[in-house]
Design a protein. Structure first.
Length: 545
């Protein structure tokens, strides 16, 4: 890894990958085996940062709002506070660590080669996936799921199967995070150049003398603001690949002139290709949670168990005296206002002032108030979609994005069924020692919606429907996707429609979020498409002899 300040003004490569994230790292490692690859990452290194490495510090990076933070906060137009990665390894450096594969029917529906998919998952798993330790609280959630009827019990598995299971984790037995950046150990060092703090401002296209626009280079800047250009080596098979994430990939296409013409012209961007579907189909899986105070201490845990229901909701849980976060119990919980997770007021009312009030209240609570855990549900899919638009021409600025949570009634009904399932878990015999007898589920619901740490209920509002609870307490679980979807912006080979020598390979191409948690499939996709591209090029080279 090198800082981009060390890069020459002009350089040439067989492949230029924009974004060293969850897909970009395995993709770069794979392509470097046979060709010269430039991997451009707008953020820094994850190595040596304890807020990324240690499970106990989960959320510390998400709460860091500095310009150099590995996490960049954004607020959707829906009012839900969210985050995007700004670090080598991408979202795998920030997330709650759950590792689980996509369902076989998902693989079949997308049209992927099943054998290569399995080989690609295994390639990833040899480096970053582990079986988590099952302690008392997570075991109680697991047994409560089974008691609540989320059957069968499938034990520990990476596979996506209906019922209850223990999934994998990218945290090892010592609580140390392994990320997509670790997959670069597979790379050919002589074939790969990794530049940090190298935000790409524009993809360059040839439009003269070609039948349609052809990508042939990129412009990026280093930390000092100096401009650099990187070009593709001459040859019909060299490509630029965008792996900048569900916000970054449609954004960089638009900044480069590929997108809705009226929007590009409004920002004085020269239109290379009028593609109105760039930025469309944006989705974020809504998450709703119930905090359950515990009369006894519980372990620190992130996501380990999942209930995969037939009605389209996934049940997961996180626990601990500090909700797996921070140097003090109230610092960085998975559902803490310090990282923007605030269920206490409806989304549109989650202002900076509301966050500040919630954090202040957090600071004044006794440590005992933080003993317990969250049981959460997230929506499969989801069905509801929105859109993304440019805000400025600066690639470091967030675009505007609207997810339209619960716009489709199917999603709302799935949330209601998910909350009802959580209620059965809380009331199960298996979970009984981790809840207070006098705190009924209606009280817990009201507490969840009534205070930042959910232990100061204002009143029990029994008239509030579960539908309204879902709308008022919706948060993100950071699984947003779309914007460059297959069949709309890219073809089945992830090639951008209407231009040459340009692909998008990351979660922005998903029409539907894979599995219960997408990171395993995003890493798999980087490896999978890398192998596919190498195979295609080898065949083409042999045919040309």
């Amino acid at each position: 890894m090198k800082n981009a300040t060390s890069a020459p003004p002009i350089s040439y490569y067989d492949y230029i990958i924009i974004g060293g994230g969850t897909a970009g790292c395995p993709l770069a490692a794979t392509l470097s085996q046979n060709y010269s690859v430039l991997l451009l990452e707008r953020g820094g290194s994850p190595y040596g940062n304890p807020n990324i490495t240690n499970l106990d510090a989960f959320g510390a990076a998400l709460s860091d709002l500095s310009p150099t933070s590995p996490s960049q906060r954004f607020i959707s137009e829906d009012g839900v506070i969210n985050a995007r990665a700004r670090v080598l390894g991408g979202g795998s450096c920030l997330n709650a660590g759950f590792y689980t594969r996509a369902a076989p029917y998902y693989v079949s529906q997308v049209g992927w080669d099943g054998r290569l998919v399995n080989e690609s998952y295994q390639w990833v798993e040899r480096v970053v996936a582990f079986e988590p330790p099952m302690r008392q609280w997570q075991s109680a959630v697991r047994d409560g799921l089974v008691e609540a009827g989320i059957l069968p019990y499938n034990g520990f598995t990476y596979d996506h199967m209906y019922g209850t299971k223990i999934g994998g984790s990218i945290f090892d037995e010592d609580g140390h995070r392994h990320t997509a950046a670790d997959l670069l150990e597979y790379a050919n060092p002589s074939g790969l150049t990794v530049l940090l703090h190298a935000p790409v401002h524009k993809i360059l296209f040839r439009v003269k003398g070609v039948s349609r626009p052809r990508a042939h280079g990129v412009v990026f800047r280093d930390a000092s603001g100096a401009k650099h250009r990187a070009y593709l080596n001459k040859g019909t098979k060299s490509e630029i690949i965008v792996s900048a994430g569900a916000l970054g990939s449609p954004q960089i296409l638009m900044l480069s002139g590929v997108g809705p013409a009226d929007q590009l012209k409004a920002h004085n961007i020269t239109v290379v290709l009028d593609q109105p579907l760039v930025g469309q189909g944006m989705s974020d899986n809504p998450m709703n949670a119930i905090f359950v105070p515990s009369p006894i201490p519980v372990e620190v845990s992130l996501i380990q168990v999942v209930g995969i229901t037939h009605f389209g909701s996934y049940i997961e849980a996180a626990s601990g005296a500090n909700f797996a976060g921070g140097s003090s119990p109230r610092d960085y919980g998975m559902l803490s206002p310090k990282i923007g997770q605030l269920s206490t007021v409806p989304p549109k009312e989650r202002t900076p002032e509301a966050l500040a009030r919630a954090v202040e209240l957090l600071e004044n609570l006794d440590d005992a108030a933080f003993r317990g855990g969250f049981i959460l549900e997230k929506i499969m899919g989801p069905v509801s979609t929105g859109h993304l638009e440019l805000r400025t021409r600066n690639p470091n600025d967030n675009p505007t994005v609207t997810f339209n949570y619960f716009q489709d009634p199917t999603d709302l009904q799935r949330c209601v069924q998910g909350i009802s399932t959580i209620e059965r878990i809380i009331e199960s015999n298996s979970f009984s020692k981790f809840k207070f007898d006098n705190l009924t589920v209606p009280i817990l619901l009201n507490m969840t919606a009534g205070s930042p740490i959910n232990l100061l209920p204002k009143h029990v509002n029994t008239s509030t429907s579960l539908e309204q609870f879902c709308k008022d307490t919706v948060m993100t679980i950071w699984h947003y996707h779309g914007g460059c979807q297959i069949g709309r912006v890219v073809d089945d080979d992830h090639k951008v429609l209407g231009v040459d020598a340009l692909r998008v390979i990351d979660g922005s191409t998903f029409n539907y979020s894979p599995g219960t948690n997408p990171q395993a499939t995003v890493m798999m996709l980087g490896r999978y498409m890398g192998v596919r591209i190498l195979s295609e090029r080898l065949t083409a080279d042999e045919d040309s002899k």
